[in-house]
Design a protein around this ligand. Structure first.
Ligand code: NFS
Length: 650
């Protein structure tokens, strides 16, 4: 396919052309060459034992749909539900193993063995201590940190009781979860149980399997992911709004370009710190460069953007293209969303690709284990390699010009502060503007890129439709990067893209109409923002009452399924684009797209067309406004505006 049909992002198109002429193969090429398996993509393939793999539903040579059972008798619904639960469990494991790594570093810091890491946000330390139910009176910060560290680590292996952060949800929601029996015990326990239940011959009732999917997902959203976010904020600082830039134009021809790619800020924070080291900068100058330039890809980029304003090179589908510029002297990766093809792409240019986590090595790639006891030294060693590599560039780099300004750094706490001020921090102004109809509703737009969708296009079409209709957009992950590249993360975007009501609120408060809340584990911040809206009052008693919805228009990772499910289980209407993992099974679809809402108030939907997706979200928001009896208020606001326009034209 022609590069310009591949992406709406100009640097992506430019680098795809260059990759073509350099003979470099990318994910875009491979997705053309490799069509998705028609059986697997519909959730109709069972390969959990050696009697199969069983294709349980397929077309025969006459084109008739054949629906049969697996060799063991497993029905297509059981198989589709098992596959779905395994996706949730895998996604939850990724976020949670990240959370555990942070908890381990946090615990080491609390015991004075944290090397160069330290506690940066004392206020958040106290907040999290209270969330854990710790009596904070008369305790030193070091004692509090030790207690938090022990409790946080304990959340993973807990056998009984419930995860602590469940208590942060609205009371009505907690009660509902209890009634439905889905409150997670330990994070690891739920994930292990998911794998056990989906073994050959164990759980065979698709609803029972999916009920455990609900519980496993909560162990992610209100467990592993939330632990990651909260402890990262204490260790590295709670984000506050800041300016930065995005897109491949942030790479600089005369600097040593180091791209950090992956997910855990434990690594990227230290790379940022080491880049300021005088000895490293001396070496960089010795090698003929004008300095060192750090840029991020994927969610680790979001982490260091949110806390340091480090620019972002690009989102998921730009990881190979960053190397195609010929300007990246080192790409350092840790875990998750790292394409194995990076090794061959790096070999086409001069880039040193370096793996750092014992959990994620790559054949043929230099491994430099990141020593968490001497993190700064590890980071410096990586930067030395990058500096040494600068003079080895094979050709003049070809860096696209485009870079875009953005404002990021919106934690749940800073939204509170921005809206209410230091002394009256609150969500009241946001609730009031939703109630009076200036803001029609709120949508979380998150998730990945997927080469089966024109890169970034579904994100941008959906978000623009929502803004036009006065929907405030909260974002994380690679979707936030797509919006940032399109200029939607600037305060000026309100005037340009938002409806009058939303634009007015954004201009008064001085925020963009699209709020970047961080990486994918930071979807827990969106849960907290939704909870704050409920607790502030006037918008119902539960997350499911809010005029709000979620979407992942270009998803590809199992992590997205885990996130989507914890939003649904938390009461949110959640729509996925691209494809849907149980497409081939009516019974499971009927449950996930419809009946599940009787249990949890939220439900799934699948809609690949972003305009139709926006309409579904607006319909849902309007229905919720009606239930809350605030639909009339909005009509009045709109009427007032029409009247104003009419008066202006007279
Ligand atoms: Ni999320 Fe972040 Fe991006 Fe998708 Fe991958 S980087 S954790 S999974 S591709 S949004």
């Amino acid at each position: 396919m022609e590069p310009k049909k591949r992406s709406i992002c100009p640097t992506t198109v430019e680098m795809l052309k260059k990759a073509g002429s350099d003979g470099t193969n990318t994910a875009f090429d491979r997705s053309d060459a490799l069509l998705p398996c028609p059986i697997g993509s519909q959730g109709n393939c069972c390969k959990i034992c050696a009697m199969g793999p069983c294709r349980v539903s397929h077309m025969n040579e006459e084109g008739q749909e054949i629906e049969n059972c697996g060799v063991c008798g497993a029905t297509p619904s059981t198989i589709a539900a098992r596959n779905f639960l395994r996706m949730i469990a895998a996604g939850a494991s990724a976020h949670s193993d990240h959370g555990r790594a942070v908890a381990e570093v946090f615990n080491a810091v609390a015991h004075g063995k944290g090397g160069d890491y330290e506690i940066k946000d004392m206020k958040k330390l106290y907040q999290v201590a209270m969330d854990f139910g710790i009596d904070i009176e008369d305790k030193s910060t070091s004692d509090l940190a030790k207690e938090i560290g022990a409790l946080a680590l304990g959340e993973f292996g807990k056998q009984e009781g419930q995860l602590n952060f469940i208590k942060k949800a609205p009371l009505k929601r907690q009660k509902l979860w209890e009634e439905k029996g889905v409150i997670p015990r330990g994070v690891d326990r739920e994930i292990v149980e998911a794998l056990h239940r989906t073994n050959m011959g164990v759980d065979q009732d698709y609803k029972n399997i999916l009920q455990h999917g609900a519980r496993t997902s909560l162990a992610d959203g209100w467990g592993g992911s939330m632990i990651a976010t909260e402890l990262q904020d204490i260790l590295f600082g709670t984000p506050y709004p800041l300016l930065s830039k995005i897109n491949l134009g942030v790479l600089k021809p005369n600097k040593v370009n180091v791209v950090v790619h992956g997910h855990e800020p434990i690594l990227s924070e230290m790379i940022v710190q080491a880049s300021k080291d005088e000895e490293i900068n001396e070496l960089v100058r010795e090698k003929g460069a004008d300095g060192i330039n750090i840029a991020g890809i994927c969610c680790t980029a979001n982490e260091i953007l949110m806390r340091h304003g480090i620019p972002i090179a690009g989102n998921f589908l730009q990881q190979e293209l960053a190397l195609v510029t010929g300007a990246v002297d080192a790409m350092v990766v840790d875990v998750q969303c790292i394409m194995q093809s990076l090794e061959s792409v790096a070999n086409c240019y001069h880039t040193k690709l370096i793996t750092t986590s014992p959990r994620a090595k790559m054949t043929g790639v230099q491994h430099m284990e990141f020593d968490e006891h001497q993190p700064l030294e590890s980071a410096k060693a990586i930067l030395r390699i990058a500096a040494e590599n600068f003079p080895k560039r094979k050709a003049e780099p070809h860096i696209p010009q485009e870079e875009m300004d953005l404002v990021a750094g919106f934690s749940h706490e800073t939204i509170n502060y921005l809206l209410g001020g230091v002394f009256r921090a609150s969500y009241r102004p946001l609730n009031d503007n939703i109630i009076n109809g200036r803001i029609r509703g709120v949508a979380g737009v998150v998730g990945c890129n997927n080469p089966r969708v024109v890169h970034d296009s579904a994100h941008i079409t959906l978000i623009k439709e929502l803004l036009k209709n006065d929907v405030l957009v909260l974002q994380t992950g690679c979707s936030a990067m797509a919006a940032a590249k399109a200029g939607l993360l600037t305060p000026e975007a309100a005037k340009k893209y938002a409806g009058e009501g939303l634009a007015e609120v954004c201009e008064t408060v001085g925020i963009p109409p699209v709020i970047h809340m961080g990486s994918c584990v930071d979807n827990s911040r969106i849960l907290m923002a939704a909870t704050a809206l409920v607790k502030e009052g006037g918008l119902g008693e539960d997350i499911s009452d809010l005029p709000a919805a979620g979407a992942a228009p270009e998803w590809m990772s199992e992590k997205a399924v885990a996130i989507g499910q914890y939003f649904v289980t938390s009461g949110v209407y959640t729509i996925f684009g691209a494809t849907w993992p149980t497409l081939g099974n009516q019974e499971v679809n009927d449950y996930l797209f419809d009946n599940i809402s009787e249990e949890f108030g939220g439900k799934w939907a699948f809609e690949p067309d972003p305009k139709k997706m926006a309409q579904l979200i607006l319909n849902h928001i309007d229905a919720k406004r009606k239930e809350l009896k605030i639909d009339k208020a909005r009509e009045r606001v709109l009427y007032d505006m029409d009247m104003r326009r009419e008066m202006a034209s007279q």
